[in-house]
Design a protein around this ligand. Structure first.
Ligand code: SF4
Length: 102
């Protein structure tokens, strides 16, 4: 499963980040949510679906398949929740390259 945030829709409430800080983060400059994992670990998939359903502006889209139209499956294994949080923290120290559509 993958998840994306429509950054044009995001209302910057931060709800998804509070719920799943290892999966979502907010850009420092404007508070728009971004996704910081390539694929959603199995253990977090139900929580991500719930976060998507609770987004007040429906900006979170869940993609059930790891491979989209014409895309190859993601080769890297999904990080654990702890690895996801660490990756988010690393990326926040070195921003850039994330457009919310990982
Ligand atoms: S819950 Fe929705 S509106 Fe709030 S930060 Fe996340 S994506 Fe943006």
């Amino acid at each position: 499963m993958r998840v994306v945030v429509d950054q044009d829709l995001c209302g910057t409430s931060g709800q998804c980040v509070l719920t799943l800080p290892g999966t979502f983060r907010q850009r420092e400059r404007d508070g728009v949510a971004e996704v910081c994992v390539a694929t959603v670990p199995q253990a977090l998939q139900a929580a991500v679906r719930l976060a998507a359903s609770q987004c007040p502006v429906a900006a979170i889209r869940v993609i059930e398949s790891d491979a989209g139209d014409g895309e190859r499956p993601v080769a890297d294994p999904a990080p654990s929740p702890a690895e996801g949080r660490a990756a988010c923290a690393r990326d926040q120290r070195h921003p850039g390259g994330h457009d919310g559509t990982v």
